[in-house]
Design a protein around this ligand. Structure first.
Ligand code: NAP
Length: 275
């Protein structure tokens, strides 16, 4: 039996066992996927067990995404650029780390808004935390000419832009009004939208009518930002698909089948969200 896991601390909230468990059943695979609570001081011992062949691999979530980086025998260039590892694969006594959040972000938009990146040259990304990094790398990969990072702590946005490259710039959230008229895409990667929080003074009415608004926060599924976009008849995509699509490459690497993100899977996970 092939075994995989998700490790984190705490881990009870993770929806990954539901996602991978649904696929294991759907594809009739003799495998398991379990949530394991691993505290920070036990992380290196866990990776050693993985190297010894106990599991085919697994996912890594908060708070270990950065710490596990240095415990891997190999980290691919993409995960290096993002600065975090969320997927581990054990192979020939070695532990390889990658980051699938960027593929999850792209897979979600490709599925929900096909052609979204055609002729897209400018984007506004809200937030400059860990999740922003995967989104920024993904947008750069699709060839956008200018990506503006807007953050509450403006220095973090500027530092991140400088680190990412010349097509990025860092700004305060208040600069949305000057950047919006030429932005074809707005992505919220900040935690605003959770627990009833919302952006103050973000006028989506300044965006071109063709703009797409997407949020990676998926609790609630329709965040205040997405509700605002929908009320203005702007295209919008919620963040649940990113969670589903980021799971695809890991499942394929451990169990040998590339799984589909189906409406049934989405409905099963949606049922577990607070509306
Ligand atoms: P993080 O590293 O803690 O970053 C949080 C970001 O939110 C920072 O930019 C922070 O700004 C900003 N922020 C927090 N509170 C704010 C406030 N009151 N006003 C304005 N800005 C505020 O978190 P993360 O790991 O990047 O995750 C961010 C969100 O993405 C979380 O809700 C997470 O659940 C979601 N996420 C979703 C997926 C998915 O698959 N859909 C994947 C990963 C993450 P400062 O720098 O000023 O503090």
């Amino acid at each position: 039996m092939t075994k995989a896991f998700v490790i984190g601390h705490p881990i009870a909230h993770s929806r990954s066992p539901l996602i991978h468990g649904t696929w294991l059943k759907a594809y009739g695979i003799d495998g398991s996927y379990e949530a394991i609570d691993v505290a920070s001081d036990a992380l290196s011992e866990f990776v050693a067990q993985l190297r010894a062949g106990t599991f085919a691999g697994g996912n890594v979530t908060i708070p270990h995404k950065e710490a596990v980086f240095s415990l891997c025998d190999e980290v691919d260039p993409l995960a290096r650029r993002i600065g975090a590892v969320n997927t581990l694969v054990a192979r020939n006594g070695r532990v390889c780390g990658t980051n699938t959040d960027y593929l999850g972000f792209l897979g979600n938009l490709d599925q929900q808004a096909p052609g979204w990146d055609r002729d897209l040259s400018e984007a506004v990304v809200l937030g400059a935390g860990g999740a922003a990094r995967a989104v920024l790398v993904a947008l750069a990969e699709r060839g956008l000419k200018h990506i503006a990072i807007l953050n509450r702590t403006v220095d973090k946005a500027r530092d991140l832009a400088a680190e990412m490259g010349t097509q990025f710039s860092g700004h305060a959230l208040s600069e949305f009004s000057t950047l919006a008229p030429s932005a074809g895409l707005v992505v919220n990667t900040s935690s605003i939208g959770m627990h009833g929080s919302h952006f103050e003074d973000l006028d989506l009415g300044l965006l071109p009518q063709t703009a797409l608004v997407t949020d990676i926060v998926y609790t609630p599924l329709v965040t205040p930002l997405l509700a605002d976009a929908q009320a203005r008849n702007l295209r919008s995509v919620d963040g649940l698909g990113m969670l589903l699509h980021q799971a695809v490459p890991g499942f394929e690497a451990w169990f040998g089948v590339r799984p589909d993100v189906t409406p049934e899977l989405r409905a099963a996970v949606e049922k577990t969200l607070d509306h």
